[in-house]
Design a protein. Structure first.
Length: 73
């Protein structure tokens, strides 16, 4: 399979490869070379907040969480 490099250095990754590899908009790819080959690797680079997002307060309303944080008056 071939792809042509555009003027700005962009290349389109074929859809079946994006689907197969789970590459979606916003996916970060790391590039390296190996013996004249260009290799793209999906980066595991995630923002630290993304790792804990949605893990706190499950099953409680925002008001309940805020009341707990502020303390009962």
């Amino acid at each position: 399979m071939k792809a042509k490099v555009a003027k700005r250095g962009q290349v389109t990754i074929p859809k079946f490869l994006r689907d197969r590899l789970g590459i979606r908009p916003g996916t970060v790819l790391e590039f390296r070379t190996d013996k004249g080959k260009l290799i793209a690797i999906k980066s595991n680079m995630a923002h630290p907040v993304d790792n804990i997002y949605g893990k706190f307060g499950k099953g409680r309303s925002t008001d309940e969480i805020m009341e707990e944080l502020r303390g009962v008056k």
